[in-house]
Design a protein around this ligand. Structure first.
Ligand SMILES: *[C@@H]1O[C@H](CO)[C@@H](O)[C@H](O)[C@H]1NC(C)=O
Ligand SMILES: *[C@@H]1O[C@H](CO)[C@@H](O)[C@H](O)[C@H]1NC(C)=O
Ligand SMILES: *[C@@H]1O[C@H](CO)[C@@H](O)[C@H](O)[C@H]1NC(C)=O
Ligand SMILES: *[C@@H]1O[C@H](CO)[C@@H](O)[C@H](O)[C@H]1NC(C)=O
Ligand SMILES: *[C@@H]1O[C@H](CO)[C@@H](O)[C@H](O)[C@H]1NC(C)=O
Ligand SMILES: *[C@@H]1O[C@H](CO)[C@@H](O)[C@H](O)[C@H]1NC(C)=O
Ligand SMILES: *[C@@H]1O[C@H](CO)[C@@H](O)[C@H](O)[C@H]1NC(C)=O
Ligand SMILES: *[C@@H]1O[C@H](CO)[C@@H](O)[C@H](O)[C@H]1NC(C)=O
Length: 505
């Protein structure tokens, strides 16, 4: 599908042609008032992973984390013990908490706070989000895959986990969740347990990922230590997908591999793609999904973040995102929105960061106070429900990237414009295909120098600033160097008497 109109190509060429020496060229962006596709409500999300400095459900590998994220207080203790009734011979150990009776708090760990699956689900429900849940699929970061003929208990665990979330509480007897772990797992009646914990109604759960970034290609990796993985997803995917989709036919299951690589059966309908790369990579891959075949397969960018590297010390960049890394991500996100007919979700990761960087946060330069946070907020809050085609940005080595959407109920149009270069760029927006366009709009502008970073010491080095700007069916705008601009304007709104609320210029 070509979204470039001949008129806009000509306009750009003519404008470029009439430029006098020394004057900056102008990019003309022609906006089509006919939407091409709807934008999923799940497009912009957040991932939370219970490793590193995360809270909540405990992963055994956390015991080996350099950061030591679980710090016990009030004499509480955490240990790996041999399980007397292991769920499988492949997993003989479990984590044990010993909490003295005098300890305060529900379990006694300073960063625990009773945050587990139920708390995530109720939190998500409270804030009006939609959960995507991953189930463990038989691969550990210690390089081991559960053999094919030993997967059954883990598939059952995944079923139990989903049953806890969506099961009918009235179809089973209440479980006794105070039983020892081994008995708890084998005798648990999950939906009844959920009801006994105060949530009789099932939670919404439309998406379940089978594993998460459990890299499955026969390849060599460097983290957590150099190791080679021999593919196992080829048998784990069919085993989990077969049983889970039979039991939960309404759930969309997501595969955690590169799209179509390796080839797995049955062919996944959803893939979760992850990417961590330098800012230039993101700016240069805004067209990544444009070439994907439209054949019903959908994609989720389940984890992505730009990391900033020092030339002589790759991977050890500044501890906080820079305007360059954030505008790189923003440029990439314009491509996600343009392709949201097949990209159904994206999660920036990690939004939360342990600001004490003496540990193992290499490469992950996110933080709640970062530009990335503001970029994520600007993109997710200022999003219509339908995508409006416009002149395409330059494919490679471009500096300006944009995406335009509209709220079909309000008529508001959201223009997101990213400048991934240090120099300002002039833009002319042409909205003459709309029957009316408001003469003023609002501008939210996030900008700074290439290396500007927000940090705990300077949390407001650059934050979005809102102002009013002149708009109309054609209007000019200058995007400052390293900036994300969101222009919101009204279009086509009729009053209850059928009059246009906005005069067309
Ligand atoms: C706008 O989109 C519609 C529907 O795809 C198409 O028919 C029309 O030619 C487009 N107009 C312009 C000016 O590109
Ligand atoms: C379970 O059954 C009770 C009594 O019949 C009913 O009030 C309740 O709504 C049911 N709960 C669910 C989740 O269906
Ligand atoms: C951008 O991608 C194109 C096409 O893959 C490549 O030729 C070019 O070198 C890339 N530029 C940068 C700066 O990575
Ligand atoms: C969709 O297209 C991809 C890429 O061309 C292909 O590998 C895959 O098999 C197709 N899926 C279906 C369901 O046809
Ligand atoms: C940061 O981590 C180091 C090493 O774990 C620790 O010694 C130090 O107290 C921590 N600093 C803060 C401010 O938490
Ligand atoms: C993009 O930039 C790269 C690196 O500077 C260069 O090798 C490549 O030829 C450029 N591509 C285009 C299409 O200008
Ligand atoms: C930025 O603008 C300056 C002055 O107008 C010019 O000398 C320089 O070449 C420009 N840099 C880029 C990367 O376009
Ligand atoms: C936009 O800028 C161009 C010069 O680049 C000028 O000719 C035109 O009048 C401007 N349009 C508006 C609406 O200000």
């Amino acid at each position: 599908m070509s979204l470039v109109s001949l008129a806009s190509v000509l306009a750009t060429w003519i404008l470029a042609g009439v430029c006098t020496p020394g004057r900056r060229s102008v990019t003309t962006i022609n906006v089509n008032s006919t939407a091409s596709h709807s934008i999923p409500t799940t497009l912009y999300g957040q991932i939370f992973e219970d490793i590193h400095s995360g809270d909540g459900g405990l992963y055994a590998e956390c015991v080996n984390c350099a950061v030591e994220p679980w710090v016990s207080i009030n004499g509480a203790n955490i240990a790996v013990i041999e399980e007397t009734h292991p769920v499988s011979s492949a997993l003989p150990n479990s984590l044990q908490f010993i909490v003295p009776s005098y300890a305060t708090g529900p379990i006694g760990f300073s960063n625990e706070g009773g945050l587990g699956l139920l708390e995530y689900l109720t939190f998500i429900e409270d804030v009006g989000m939609e959960p995507f849940m991953a189930v463990w699929s038989g691969y550990s970061l210690n390089k081991e895959s559960v053999p094919e003929d030993e997967l059954e208990p883990y598939i059952q665990q995944a079923i139990d986990q989903i049953e806890f979330v969506v099961g009918d509480a009235n179809s089973s007897e209440p479980g006794d969740y105070r039983l020892p772990v081994s008995k708890f797992i084998t005798h648990l009646l999950e939906a009844a347990l959920r009801a006994s914990l105060g949530h009789p109604e099932p939670f919404t759960l439309n998406y379940v990922e089978i594993g998460n970034e459990v890299v499955v290609l026969h390849a060599t990796y460097t983290w957590p230590a150099p190791h080679t993985i021999f593919g196992s997803y080829e048998y784990r995917w069919p085993a989990f997908y077969g049983s889970l989709s039979a039991k939960f036919p309404d759930i969309n299951f997501i595969a955690t591999t590169h799209p179509f690589n390796p080839v797995i059966h049955p062919t996944p309908k959803q893939y979760d793609v992850h990417v961590y790369n330098p800012p230039e990579w993101f700016a240069n891959h805004t067209f990544y999904y444009d070439s994907f075949e439209r054949n019903g397969t959908r994609y989720m960018e389940g984890e992505y973040a730009a990391f900033v590297s020092y030339p002589n010390d790759p991977g050890n960049g500044p501890p906080y995102p820079t305007m360059q890394s954030s505008t790189g991500e923003a440029a990439f996100m314009t491509g996600l929105e343009r392709n949201s007919d097949i990209v159904f979700a994206a999660c920036y990761a990690p939004l939360l960061q342990n600001v004490n960087i003496s540990g193992n946060v290499r490469g992950h330069t996110a933080s709640l106070i970062s530009f990335d946070y503001y970029v994520q907020k600007l993109f997710s809050v200022n999003k219509g429900d339908e995508y409006l085609p416009s002149t395409l940005p330059e494919k490679y080595n471009g500096t300006l990237y944009w995406t335009i959407s509209r709220s079909s109920s309000k008529g508001d149009v959201y223009i997101k414009l990213v400048n991934f270069a240090g120099n300002a760029s002039d833009v002319t927006f042409d909205l003459s295909s709309f029957s009316s366009v408001s003469s003023t709009g609002s501008l939210q502008l996030l900008t700074g120098s290439e290396t500007t970073s927000n940090s705990p010491e300077t949390p407001n080095a650059a934050i979005p600033v809102t102002s009013s700007i002149t708009t109309g069916s054609t209007f000019n705008y200058t995007a400052p160097g390293y900036s994300v601009s969101v222009i919101t304007l009204g279009t086509n709104l009729l009053s209850e008497y059928g009059e246009r609320l906005f005069s067309s210029d």
